[in-house]
Design a protein around this ligand. Structure first.
Ligand code: NAP
Length: 333
């Protein structure tokens, strides 16, 4: 049994703890840590795990084989680096670190350590719908992809969510999954600011549109709209030479009532990607036991953060930013 320690016992931390302990095979939660002591201790008690006030102490503990990092974005980098230093496998929720420079530092530390140990929580790669899209694109049944239209919509966000977070916290999912879907790197980025919704607060310009261009010239547009009010809705439509392939909608019964037809729209990420999270973490557990990394790597986390950095600069400057992706080190091939 893989003994797992989790740092960060908030929303997704508790989800991952529940799934590792109750749903998945091969691992158990033995330790948790959180700066929010009350929540952390409550979760520790619920799962009969040891509580650590300090995340670094949890990482160093001999009772812990592998680490899950689900604390806030700005803390990911330091915990991942500590895990690398202690030669422990680590699953880090996205983003790998808050800034691209810190991701680069993680990549360098992992290479210097001589062994891949980091997986990043880009779970869309494990979603059944995205996997079908990838298979169709790969087979080229409808020719080459030319354009991709995407939307990332949330019902609402709180006041701590600011303008840069649309790129650095939300759109990063799109950046990762679209690199993986197309098998191409991005060469330029632009961000367009449409009219601001009245549901957005003072420190947030919502919605935003990201435009990306890939190496072969595929043009991608991503609408990020985190106060859309109506639900959590993820869209991806790949326009190819002889067909248009759309990400399947989550299935829901069609209701006819009161002279109207309706279908439920989900309202949060937990339900929308439940199966993808399960698959992602089961793969992480199995690979960790086999002393391998099979999911999105630190390198993927780094390139996604470089894309986010280019988009943030493009938004600030109001211009198109070229993206120069570094060559992949043989270590990650
Ligand atoms: P959350 O509910 O705010 O939970 C984060 C927890 O980490 C809070 O209890 C927070 O305490 C704690 N924390 C803050 N600083 C810490 C530190 N230095 N050491 C240990 N714990 C610390 O946030 P969340 O929604 O669960 O998100 C957590 C992470 O998962 C974020 O990076 C987010 O981007 C990612 N995420 C990914 C997905 C996905 O789809 N893959 C979905 C949701 C979230 P305080 O409240 O006292 O600060």
């Amino acid at each position: 049994m893989l003994k797992v320690g989790v740092i960060g016992t908030g929303a997704i931390g508790q989800e991952h703890i529940r799934r590792i302990n109750d749903t998945l095979r091969g691992a158990e939660i033995v330790a948790v840590s959180d700066v929010h002591l009350e929540t952390g201790k409550k979760v520790a008690e619920k799962y009969n795990a040891t509580f650590y006030e300090n995340g670094e102490d949890l990482i160093r503990s001999e009772d812990v084989d592998a680490i899950v990092v689900t604390s806030i974005d700005s803390t990911h980098g330091k915990y991942v680096l500590e895990a690398i230093k202690n030669h422990k496998y680590v699953f880090c929720e996205k983003p790998l670190a808050e800034k691209a420079q810190e991701c680069k530092h993680i990549v360098e530390a992992e290479i210097a350590g001589g062994k891949q140990v980091v997986q990043v929580g880009y779970m869309r790669r494990f979603d059944a719908g995205y996997l079908k899209l990838k298979e169709i694109i790969k087979n080229q049944k409808y020719g080459e992809p030319l354009m991709i239209h995407c939307a990332h919509r949330n019902p609402n966000v709180d006041k701590n969510y600011t303008t840069p977070m649309e790129i650095e916290n939300s759109a990063v999912h799109e950046f990762d999954v679209l690199r993986w879907l197309t098998g191409e790197e991005y060469i330029s980025a632009q961000v367009i600011m449409p009219k601001k919704t009245r549901f957005s607060h003072e420190n947030l310009h919502d919605p935003q549109i990201v435009l990306l261009e890939t190496q072969s010239g595929i043009r991608i547009d991503i609408e990020i709209f985190v106060n859309c009010q109506y639900g959590y809705d993820i869209k991806c439509e790949v326009v190819s030479e002889s067909g248009i392939i759309s990400l399947p909608e989550p299935s829901s019964p069609l209701i006819r009532s009161n002279a109207a037809r309706s279908e439920e729209v989900l309202t949060d990420w937990k339900t929308r990607f439940e199966e993808a999270y399960n698959t992602e973490l089961q793969l992480w557990i199995d690979a960790t036991i086999a002393e391998k990394v099979e999911g999105p790597s630190a390198w993927d986390g780094y390139l996604t953060s470089l894309t986010a950095q280019a988009c943030s600069e493009a938004r600030e400057k109001g211009s198109i930013m070229p993206i120069q992706m570094p060559d992949k080190p043989s270590f990650y091939r």
